[in-house]
Write a protein that binds this ligand. Structure first.
Ligand code: ZN
Ligand code: ZN
Length: 747
């Protein structure tokens, strides 16, 4: 009997390509006796379903979703009755534009089991994958996602692979990177000059690692540099050769069991570590293990991950120690994807290279996350998370070019906002080149020729220079406002919010360096209602590397020169007397002493006053070193004054001096409470507004945990899907431009 709700057309949008979605629909249709078809279209996946009862089928679609799929919307309309013999998967009629690009996935358990099974034809095969796992974005040249438009096009499927690929009941039905030892990519091994070395590449790599050598190994989105994480000599050699003094290195473990011997993790952390993406998760290190102390000097947190490609897994079959696995790049440049590049630029760092002939088309670093009060805080959006797509309709294509450090771009097109993965710090030929290539890739992927560009206000950022050079309509958007907008974008907020943008330094509307900003903002503009009283950065950029210089200028605010010279504190002791006099002269005459309201710089200054660190090896080191000392039972804030929105921390500086560097735990703990108290002051004054935060300072896990506890659910918004640091400035810029194009204003 004909009932309208049993003859329906279902249109599904979201992440539905390259995740085994159509075979999943097929299997559910068979299970529920549904006839009709499923097809990929430019509008999303369309299903025509005819059955006695369609409701259980619809419910199953929602509930049994494949791990990497995401349903953003499901539209169900009645359709005319039609006679179908069965349920079929129809060939795609894909346009581009509105379709989300499929994301890379870590090796799945089913493929793991196959590669361990000696009777399986993919036993020990380093490129095994299926519709649930394997490379996606990193191998796509141009959508729609079909093998001919990926770097797998060079490999002709053998008959066995072909029959799996075309069988709707197979785990590899339309798994585009499908291959096997007979027809797929091959591993190779070379020395650091690119000369091929005979032998089994995995065995050669294992021998080198066991001998304390450093290898480069090709992963999904680029090469890793790897060495024995328990060997001081190997790690020291890596640091020396790479000129990376102290910045923590990530460690890969063979298994969860091994990982848990070195770090202490909770259930949420475990879920992410073992999940379908397997990002680097920063967790608490266990003290007294055999891990080299040079991996994360003077920090009790460790970035850890598990093997996420079959190749990593093969490597660990013969190695029983954890491996340092750090991105192959030079300082904060983009990750390298070609062996020739490794030879040319890192040849003096490594001893051997494990390469293969499945080309990486789109470079993508590993994602880095940490967990605060059960929520994700994303520090680097990379493999498995990027590009990140949000549904939001807009009229004309808009391109946002982001900031300068932790560069990323964002594109607004048709029904989506798309944020790219981590590009790196701009300002080098490699980074700027990769930035421009990402722009081209996005234009091609989403068939967009943006007529409007959004960029940072800083005129010298490479991204701003690029935007202006395009000779199109362009908007400059204040950096810290963009931080607040990015969080608003993630949660779809558009009305007034109370925003805290606590960051390193960014260009302010008045030409000064901002970074400790409190604002009331909506999608059309903001009012700066509070900011940290600007501090002199004595020596400009030098002060950013040397927290003692910022601390000294805070001391000059509180004391006379003679009094400062008398202070027996780490900041003062870190200088020679004549240096202090020179810096005082600079401070009083305002010579090479730009002022900044940056909260990140205040963290650095306190790190100096408390004797944690005087000169930095990497960005954010001051905050990270203090984090290790925080005692959550110490919650009394230091004194501070707020007048006309200007936050003066001089009273705190005096209290810290009185406490002295022997009270590091108290200083670190009470300082975080002070930040909370400052935020609470503004929160109470604007109690009707939602609280939104953004900026690099919130990478501090202890601070984030405390904020979640203090402000709780309902009112407090912090990014979880996109980076909380400059990695999502582009998203904020895009969100502004989307709401402020001429068309929207005219309405
Ligand atoms: Zn798989
Ligand atoms: Zn094959």
């Amino acid at each position: 009997m004909f009932k309208p709700n049993n003859h329906i057309r279902i249109t599904i949008k979201g992440i539905v390509q390259g995740v085994g979605f159509r075979p999943f629909v097929y299997r559910e249709a068979l299970a529920y006796g549904v006839k009709g078809f499923v097809i990929n279209t430019s509008e999303g996946v369309v299903i025509e379903a005819h059955a006695q009862e369609c409701e259980p089928f619809i419910q199953a679609l929602r509930e049994h979703l494949p791990p990497r799929a995401r349903i953003d919307s499901m539209e169900i309309t009645p359709c005319p009755f039609a006679e179908y013999e069965n349920f079929e998967i129809r060939e795609s009629t894909l346009g581009h534009g509105g379709v989300a690009i499929p994301l890379d996935s870590a090796l799945c358990p089913a493929c793991e089991a196959e590669m361990d099974d000696p009777s399986n034809r993919r036993y020990g095969y380093p490129f095994i994958n299926c519709t649930d796992c394997g490379p996606r974005y990193t191998i796509i040249q141009t959508p729609p996602y079909d093998r001919v438009r990926t770097s797998m096009k060079h490999f002709t499927m053998c008959s066995e692979c072909m029959s799996e690929y075309t069988d709707p009941t197979s785990r590899r039905y339309h798994a585009e990177p499908i291959s096997c030892p007979n027809c797929g990519p091959k591993l190779s091994f070379t020395d650091n000059k690119g000369e091929a070395i005979e032998g089994d590449p995995v065995t050669l790599a294992v021998e080198m690692l066991k001998a304390g050598k450093i290898i480069a190994l090709k992963g999904l989105g680029g090469f890793h540099l790897m060495c024995d994480a328990t060997s001081d000599t190997a790690v020291e050699e890596l640091r020396l050769r790479k000129h990376r003094r102290a910045k923590p290195l990530a460690v890969m473990f063979s298994s969860l069991e091994q990982l848990e011997m070195y770090v202490s993790i909770n259930e949420v952390e475990k879920m992410h570590i073992t999940g379908v993406i397997k990002p680097i998760v920063i967790v608490d290190a266990v003290r007294g293990t055999n891990l080299s102390s040079l991996i994360a000097p003077r920090i009790d947190r460790l970035g850890v991950f598990l093997p996420y490609t079959p190749l990593h897994r093969l490597l660990f079959e013969h190695i029983d120690f954890p491996l340092v696995a750090t991105s192959a790049n030079i300082s904060d440049e983009p990750i390298m994807i070609r062996a020739s590049e490794i030879v040319e630029r890192l040849g003096n760092v490594i001893d051997g290279i494990v390469d293969h002939d499945r080309t990486i088309i789109n470079a993508l670093d590993d994602a880095v996350i940490q967990i605060a009060e059960g929520r994700v805080v994303m520090l680097r959006m990379g493999r498995g998370y990027a590009p990140h797509t949000f549904a939001l309709s807009n009229e004309k294509p808009i391109l946002a070019l982001g900031a300068h450090q932790k560069s990323s771009i964002a594109l607004g097109v048709k029904d989506n906002m798309i944020l790219s993965g981590h590009i790196g710090d701009l300002g080098s030929v490699e980074a700027d080149g990769y930035f421009e290539r990402t722009v081209q890739t996005f234009k091609r992927f989403y068939e967009a020729e943006p007529s409007l560009l959004a960029h940072d206000l800083h005129p010298q950022y490479a991204s701003s220079v690029y935007a202006v050079a395009q000779k199109r309509e362009h908007y400059g958007i204040q950096h810290h406002y963009a931080h607040i907008l990015a969080c608003m974008a993630e949660y779809g907020l558009s009305e007034k919010v109370l925003g805290f943008a606590f960051d390193g330094t960014g260009y302010g509307e008045d030409g000064n360096l901002w970074g400790g900003e409190v604002m009331i903002a909506d999608v059309h503009g903001y009012e700066r209602i509070g900011y940290l009283k600007p501090m002199a950065l004595l020596g400009g950029d030098k002060a950013i590397k040397e927290p003692r210089r910022i601390a000294l200028s805070l001391l000059f605010e509180c004391f006379s020169l003679d009094e400062v010279m008398e202070l027996k504190i780490p900041t003062v002791e870190a200088f020679l007397p004549h240096e202090i006099r020179t810096l005082h002269h600079m401070w009083s005459k305002n010579i090479n002493a730009p002022h900044s309201s940056s909260m990140g710089r205040l963290f650095d200054a306190v790190a100096s006053l408390g004797g944690f660190v005087q000169s930095l090896d990497y960005e954010g080191q001051g905050g990270m070193m203090m984090e290790s000392f925080v005692d959550d039972s110490i919650v009394t804030p230091f004194a501070f004054e707020i007048e006309n929105g200007v936050i003066d921390v001089s009273p705190m500086v005096k209290e810290i001096i009185t406490l002295g560097a022997e009270n590091q735990t108290i200083i670190a703990s009470r300082f975080l409470s002070t930040i909370e108290a400052i935020m609470e002051h503004f929160a109470n004054m604007n109690s009707e507004l939602p609280i939104v935060i953004g900026g690099g300072v919130f990478q501090n896990r202890v601070l984030m945990s405390r904020l979640y506890r203090r402000f709780g659910e309902g009112r407090f918004y912090a990014q979880q899907q996109t980076p909380i640091n400059d990695g999502s400035i582009a998203l904020g810029q895009l969100y502004y431009a989307l709401h402020n194009t001429k068309e929207t204003n005219e309405r």
